[in-house]
Structures are given as C-alpha cells and as structure tokens.
Design a protein around this ligand. Structure first.
Ligand SMILES: Nc1ncnc2c1ncn2[C@@H]1O[C@H](COP(=O)(O)OP(=O)(O)O)[C@@H](O)[C@H]1O
Ligand SMILES: [Mg+2]
Length: 458
C-alpha cells in the first residue's frame, strides 16, 4: 500500500495535546517528559459530501431498539458493565502491566466461546503462550479462536462475522497505512477509532486491553477514553491479591460501579463477601481509625480509614494520603485547625483507605476528619461505630446521597452506632431502634460527642 505523506508534530503521550515543538513539560496536563515526536498523518484531503446521510426525524418516530445484554460469565464484570455486555459496544480494560487484564479477558473469552463466536487477538503473546494460560485457568475453550497478530488490518479482516473480538493490547497493534511505531499516540488513537467503526458496523463487541504507562514511553489509554463506550480500570497494589475493577465511563450504566476481584493461581475471581477486605478486625484498639460506609454505584462497602500523626522533623510538615485525594486531605486539615481548634502544623500526617481502594466521594470527609481527630486526641473510636458525611469550609456537616443505603448496610454488618449528617435524618427514621443514630450539624459537634468524657483506653 502506498505511504501517506506526513509531517512531524509533538504530542503528549498522556493527554494527547499537541505542542509546536519539544518541551520538557506538557503545557496541557502538566506531566514531565511525556512529549514525543510523532508523524502526523493528514486527514483525507478531499472530503466528499455523503449522499446517503440520515435525515432528521421526530423523536417519537425513532424506532427503539431493545438493549439486550449478554452475561459475560463473570458476575463481578457484569456488575461493573452495568448488567452485562452490550452487543456492538467498545470496551476498554486499562491497568498497570501484570495486574490481570489478560487473565480476565481470557476467562471472559473462555466463558463466552461456549455460546458465541469469540476471537482472541493477542499481539503480545504467541498462541502457545495463550494456550498455556488457558490451561492454567482451566479453560477448555474448544470453540475459542486464538490469533497472534500485530497488524490490526488483518485482525479486523479476520474478525468479520464474530460476535466478540478481544484485542490484547492496543499498544502492541499497528495499522499498515500509518507511519509511527505501534504504541505511539497516532497509532493508538487511529487503531481505536478503526475498531470503533468496526464494532458499530459489524455488530461485534470489541474489548480492548490497554496498558497504563507511568513513563509515557507509549501512549496510555487516557488518549482514547472519549472514543470508548465503556472504560474500566484495574486498581490495586501489585503485591496485593485483591484488585478492583472500576468503571470510569459507561454509556450503558453507572460510571461508579466497582467490582472486587481476587487473583489466584488458577485465575481471577469475583469476591462476593468484600466486607473483611477494607476493614481490619483489630480496629478500635488503637487511636486513629474509623469505618465509613462508602457507596460506589449500586454498592455500599465499609472502608476503614487509618491515620497516623508524627512530629515533623524538618520544617515542612508532610501530608501523605493514600487512596484519598491530597487536596481533600489538606482541606480537611485546614477545617479541623480553624473550626475544631486542632492544630496539625507541627505534625506529619499519614492517611490511608485500607485495602488499596480509592475514596473519591465527599461523603467520606467526616470519617477522615474523625480519624484525624482520634489520632490527635489519642483516643480510639469504638469498633462498632461508623461515620459518614460531607464537610464544608465552615465546618458544617452536609447531607449526602444514599444515606438510607449506608445506614442499612451498617445495620446489616452489626455496627451499633452511626454518626451522620442531621440533614439526612428523615431518610433514616425507619431504622431507629436498630442502630443508635447520632445526627450532627458541625464537625466540632461530632468530635465533642465522640471524644469528650471518653477515657483514653491505652
Ligand atoms: N503460572 C502462574 N501462576 C500464578 N500466577 C501467575 C502465573 N503466571 C502469571 N501469573 C500472574 O498473573 C498475573 C496477571 O497477569 P496478566 O493477566 O498477564 O496481566 P496483564 O495482562 O494485566 O499484564 C500476574 O501478576 C502474574 O503474576
Ligand atoms: Mg497482558
């Protein structure tokens, strides 16, 4: 095929921003060392008007298609997808190398191949390597088709007529008519949009595996999020057996769903009872920890927040949150200092959400503040107490979403006391008698109730 005439441009591998020349730092996303030289492929020079375009019609006249979902065979994945796989959708599975993307996709392929026509196109591993993994995972997959190909044109040609296509990974495939090596921003973007057109025109569901890169040597999945119907990311520490699969975008369901998986020798499995994962049994003995019922999508999970304060050795106190936003932590420290008269400026502050989970909802504010206050006062919070609520700059405790679901979960798990926003009281009236409800309007009030007149148990 004839090569297309090209020009050079400078692209950020993280966010895809284009700069006029090479720079050490991307002016768009602020990341360092991510700008790379790329070969630009000009858009088709002659754009012709399509004669067969769709004329506008009344909304009432639009023919409704019933959204049927296919069960993937892995329950946790179906939950994250919003109830199952939507036919002809484009799904991106992102995550650090080695986190379990290929393992999960092989299991999905194995399960689906008993009912549907599935093609697993592996650009990274040979057919024999995929077979070895299948054997380890106990997948027979007699009807599963495996292809070892890096040229995406061949994969798409071959995938015609299949119900499901899995491309592992997007950074390892390339298109013949584009310059630039595989993994470059141009290649990755164009490969993804080619797969999108293929998915929509052929009614094939396409799963794309994408590595998240720290060094920016190859383009990360961030640059193609906008093309996808659904974007799922694996989270978790590499040394941890538990992994979280989180939806960050979903055109067919909630974008806050989280699936909990456990990596074992014989595969990756959904965890049904996740209550012990983010909460320790030993809590309540030491000061500085408290449990909050955290809601993600349709789920409520109890998560323990732990804090530790150490005297600052050097002039600058350190703030080290893990799983909680840095700015949110600084904000809560400032509120505690000004509104609850608790100074932290001589202390290094460490805050973690247990089990490697990321808490992004503001409803965990009060729990973080209480855990910090507990460390500051060196008084432990009782094991059977849980806390939730959003905190404003004046120290007021604001109402949160799904308060009744949180309280119901606390009751189910045997908590005895819940400290929560007074504003949410009407939603939880029905639970009176089952759990002690402590409504609060201000963070200072919550601290007084929990810690005043309480003897330090240590
Ligand atoms: N023979 C094995 N026994 C146990 N675990 C293994 C074996 N081979 C690979 N793994 C583990 O499987 C995990 C997932 O690998 P993989 O699914 O290929 O990751 P990814 O595709 O996300 O890069 C790795 O962390 C690896 O440690
Ligand atoms: Mg892999």
């Amino acid at each position: 095929m004839a090569k297309i005439k090209t020009t050079t441009k400078y692209v950020c591998t993280e966010c895809g921003a284009i700069s006029p020349g090479w720079m050490g730092r991307c002016p768009s996303c602020g990341k360092f060392g991510t700008i790379t030289e790329e070969i630009e492929v000009p858009a088709e020079t002659v754009k012709t008007k399509r004669a067969d375009y769709q004329k506008p019609i009344r909304l009432s006249e639009v023919r409704q298609e019933k959204l049927t979902r296919i069960k993937s065979g892995i329950e946790e994945l179906d939950v994250v997808l919003g109830g199952g796989i939507v036919p002809s959708s484009l799904v991106l599975i992102g995550g650090d190398p080695g986190i379990g993307k290929s393992t999960l996709m092989t299991q999905v392929a194995g399960s689906l191949s008993t009912r549907l026509k599935v093609l697993y196109a592996s650009a990274e591993e040979s057919q024999a390597q995929v077979k070895m993994r299948c054997d380890r995972l106990g997948i027979k997959g007699d009807d599963l088709m495996i292809m070892n190909e890096t040229c995406l044109d061949n994969v798409i040609d071959e995938a015609e007529g299949y119900d499901v296509l899995i491309v592992d990974s997007i950074q390892a495939v390339y298109l013949n008519d584009l310059n630039g090596s595989s993994g470059s921003v141009g290649q990755v973007k164009e490969c993804a949009s080619r797969l999108m057109r293929f998915a929509k025109s052929s009614k094939t569901t396409v799963f794309i595996v994408g590595h998240v890169t720290k060094e920016g040597a190859i383009a990360g999945p961030k640059v193609l999020e906008h093309i996808m119907d659904t974007v799922l990311y694996f989270e978790g520490q590499p040394e941890d057996n538990y992994k979280l699969l989180r939806a960050v975008k979903n055109r067919f369901g909630s974008a806050q769903e989280v699936g909990v998986f456990e990596m074992r020798e014989n595969g990756i499995f959904g965890v049904k009872d996740y209550n012990g994962i983010f909460v320790s049994e030993e809590r309540g003995q030491e000061a500085g920890s408290v449990v909050t019922p955290s809601v993600s999508g349709n789920r409520c999970m109890p998560v323990e927040i732990q804090t530790l304060l150490c005297k600052t050795v050097f002039g600058m106190p350190r703030r080290m949150p893990l799983g909680i936003d840095y700015n949110r932590t600084a904000f809560l420290l400032a509120v505690l200092e000004k509104r609850a008269y608790m100074p932290f400026f001589t202390q290094d502050v460490y805050v973690t959400a247990m089990g490697g989970i990321k808490l992004s909802e503001p409803a965990s504010d009060l729990a973080v503040a209480i855990a910090l206050a507990s460390s500051h006062k060196n008084i432990a919070v009782e094991k059977t107490t849980c806390v939730f609520g959003e905190i404003g700059l004046t120290g007021e405790v604001r109402g949160v979403m799904q308060a009744d679901k949180r309280v119901a979960e606390c009751i189910r798990l045997g908590f005895k006391k819940v400290v929560m926003p007074a504003r949410n009281l009407p939603q939880v009236e029905k639970y009176k008698g089952k759990i002690e409800i402590i409504p609060v309007k201000h963070v200072y009030q919550a601290i007084k109730i929990l810690f005043d007149n309480v003897q330090n148990p240590q």
